[in-house]
Design a protein around this ligand. Structure first.
Ligand SMILES: O=C(O)CCC(=O)C(=O)O
Length: 263
């Protein structure tokens, strides 16, 4: 089992509907990340990173789902890195999902997760269907989980992942500036209450009336912010030590002290 993992979050301005431009950006950022002295073992990219949220989502989902997956598979293999590929729109049985794929260095997809909670405030529920299963998979022999953006408002979901043994939570997002304090607070709370690492990658820039603040974060199981980006394009890098999860869980044994029969 590998204990120390190098993680890189690619924080950038996702261009609405401009798939090739976004793919080129991610290509360059992955090349830069793997060329650094802390070559990542895992790369995380933001929610809906290839098209952003667009009106004609159904057409683009059809056209670019496979194209995008092929690209991720090639990049993972070429650079020998795991990629937690944010999310994309993909049409499955005629319905569009906000779905993330995890690819290993052999170029094989080892997991997917379709966003469970759709964000009504931005009409996501009009264009997408929600997923029906939680996102749990293994990296280097350790259980990890994934939720997407709005999902972090649902503590029950992340607690369920923790109870199933998840030690690291990946969170791709397009979280707006006006609720930046919710983003930071909720991510820290999920890390503290579940005593797990939280690795969250947000976008920057603007789309329509929405501004995005970045502030991608890597948070320890003790709730400390190990690294936090500002609102500029960046590769947010940190090494996480998986042994710390058990140390924190032994220090304050919340999982032993829970009394689920009462709540
Ligand atoms: O919950 C929020 O405030 C933002 C969620 C969101 O923008 C999304 O899930 O796309």
């Amino acid at each position: 089992m590998m204990v120390n993992w190098n993680i890189s979050c690619l924080q950038f301005d996702v261009k609405k509907g401009l798939v090739e431009e976004n793919i080129n950006k991610v290509t360059r950022m992955i090349e830069n990340a793997v060329a650094s002295s802390d070559k990542p073992d895992v790369i995380l990219i933001p929610e809906m990173w290839n098209t952003s949220f667009i009106k004609n989502v159904s057409t683009l989902a059809e056209t670019y789902g496979e194209r995008t997956k092929q690209f991720i598979s090639e990049m993972s293999q070429k650079h020998q890195v795991h990629i937690v590929a944010g999310s994309i729109s993909e049409k499955i049985n005629g319905k569009v999902h906000n779905i993330s794929y995890v690819c290993n260095p052999s170029g094989n997809f080892i997991a997917d997760y379709s966003k469970i909670h759709l964000f009504q405030l931005m009409y996501e529920d009009r264009y997408y269907v929600g997923g029906n299963s939680v996102g749990i998979f293994e990296l280097f022999g350790t259980k990890v989980g994934m939720v997407i953006c709005y999902d972090i408002r649902f503590p029950e979901l992340v607690r369920k992942l923790a109870l199933e043994g998840v030690k690291v939570l990946f969170v791709p997002a397009q979280w707006p500036d006006v609720r930046l304090h919710h983003w930071r607070t909720l991510l820290m709370a999920r890390a503290i209450e579940n005593q797990m690492y939280v690795v969250a990658c947000n976008r920057i820039g603007s789309s329509g009336r929405e501004d995005f603040p970045g502030h991608s974060m890597i948070i320890s199981p003790w709730g400390e912010v190990i690294k936090e980006a500002d609102d500029k394009e960046t590769i947010l890098q940190a090494t996480i030590d998986l042994d710390i999860v058990q140390t924190v869980r032994d220090t304050i044994p919340v999982f032993e002290d829970r009394r689920p029969s009462l709540y």
